[in-house]
Write a protein that binds this ligand. Structure first.
Ligand code: ADP
Ligand code: MG
Length: 431
């Protein structure tokens, strides 16, 4: 590794949301050296795609600089290519034409364009599909076209924005290993790769270094070197230990900061809430209480067993934690005595326990309940709460938090909500 290929210094990005500014990236600095794959790992909404768009010169950051090969990046910067999650192919063009498109902007003569496109197609395993149209291709093949189009210009830096997320597991596996082969065996003149993903295993499989992104605003929360030689064996203890280690960081430090930004342990009314359904929460508690977990589970193992996606699992874990139905430490979750009591209770008793936990532990739920109690007729329009929350929260976060509290409050029969009139009311005003 030698000089930095890409240098980001103090990048900040804000978007205006109505009258307010939403800060999406806060003081992000990073450099990419020649010869490395860097993974950028973070939950959705943390600003990863925005950062890639800045690097590609598609957005000018609010402040800070992005320098590639010694000059500020721009839309015209040569040497940077991008692969997207959605394949972004032109349906009316063949595979060959879609790949050639990558070269058209460079003013390459027709004959050479064809030659290079065919080489790229060959390299990425699309041989024989040159004249096929996108609709005739499987998702995996479409994404191969996406890779061919990005690689045909011989970029020095490849930006990948969750390129495997839309593919089924097996297809994604094959494409990951095929790409790693090209990279490791230096069959492509690429100098550096920045891979955005929310999949921890994928990041550990492919990266030399992982940057963990925290949200609201997006920033680098941790950096981890992955010193495992290729090809990496997912079953090896070093590999699984690394995955565990990253889970621990993401479930303890960063998650907490994410959802209860200001104070350390106590939630406030304006903190983000994970939007998960009461049924899923009940299901997870039952799962945890039963065999083989008997009240305690390793979160990565649980994630693998549930198969509903890491992000959803982390949200469920976080919800159980803030509701005090579970504790989370060092990558393990264990059911609290309250959680166990919930599992053991019948339906009516469960609702009662849930209502108590909402009132004691979730300030926004307690607040909605108090407002309803104090208002004549015991009802209030949704907009009343939204407006108040948006004073201190991004619009999306306010909507999400209120949606979470609404579904939990309805389940617990703490209050009712009418979707048509968008009104809250007390379930049982005499109580
Ligand atoms: P990620 O890729 O990590 O999921 P994004 O970078 O797509 O995150 O988005 C981060 C935040 O920035 C989101 O809240 C999104 O709504 C907001 N955002 C992204 N682009 C724009 C834009 N052009 N205008 C306003 N808000 C935007
Ligand atoms: Mg994204």
């Amino acid at each position: 590794m030698s000089a930095a290929l890409l240098e980001l210094s103090h990048i900040t990005q804000s978007f205006s949301k109505g009258e307010r500014e939403l800060k999406v990236l806060d003081n992000v600095s990073l450099s990419l050296a020649e010869g490395e794959v860097v993974g950028l790992l973070g939950k959705s909404g943390s600003g990863k795609s925005t950062l890639l768009r800045i690097i590609a010169g598609l957005i000018k950051p609010s402040s800070g600089s992005a320098v590639f090969n010694g000059s500020a990046v721009s839309q015209e910067s040569l040497g940077i290519s991008m692969v997207f999650q959605s394949f972004a192919l032109f349906p009316w063009l063949t595979v060959l034409q879609n790949v050639e498109l990558g070269l058209e902007a460079l003013g390459v003569p027709d004959k050479e364009m064809r030659k290079r496109a065919l080489e790229a197609i060959d390299l990425i395993g699309l041989d024989g599909y040159e004249s096929a149209y996108p609709r005739e291709l499987s998702g995996g093949m479409k994404q191969r076209v996406g890779f061919a189009r990005a690689l045909v210009v011989n970029p020095e830096l490849l930006l990948m924005d969750e390129p495997f997320s839309a593919l089924d597991v097996l297809t994604a596996e094959t494409l990951k290993t095929d790409f790693l082969d090209l990279w490791i065996e230096k069959k492509i003149p690429l100098k550096s790769v920045l891979l955005v993903t929310h999949n921890i295993e994928e990041a550990v499989l492919m990266s030399d270094r992982i940057l963990i992104f925290a949200a609201n605003p997006g920033r680098i929360a941790a950096e981890i070197k992955i010193d495992l030689s290729h090809p990496r064996d997912r079953q090896s203890s070093a590999f699984t230990a690394m995955v565990e280690h990253i889970y621990t960081i993401m479930t303890s430090g960063m998650q907490r900061k994410d959802f209860s930004a200001a104070r350390s342990a106590e939630l406030t009314m304006h903190d983000k809430l994970p939007r998960v359904s009461p049924n899923q929460l009940a299901g997870l508690m039952e799962e945890l209480a039963g065999s083989p977990y008997n009240g305690r589970a390793d979160i990565p193992a649980l994630d693998a067993a549930l198969g509903i996606g890491t992000e959803d699992v982390l949200h469920l874990v976080e919800a159980l934690r803030i509701l005090k139905f579970a504790e989370v430490a060092e990558g393990d979750i264990h059911l609290s005595t309250h959680g166990q009591a919930f599992v053991d209770a019948d339906t009516q008793k469960r609702k009662q326990i849930f209502a108590e936990h909402l009132l004691y532990n979730i300030p926004l739920a307690a607040y909605v309940y108090r407002v309803l109690q104090s208002r004549p007729g015991n009802h209030a329009p949704r907009v009343r709460f939204v407006t108040q929350l948006e004073d201190k929260m991004a619009e999306e976060d306010a909507t999400e938090a209120l949606a979470a509290v609404t579904s939990w409050g309805r389940y617990a029969e703490l209050f009712a909500y009418d979707d048509n009139t968008e009104n809250y009311s007390l379930e049982n005003p005499s109580a």
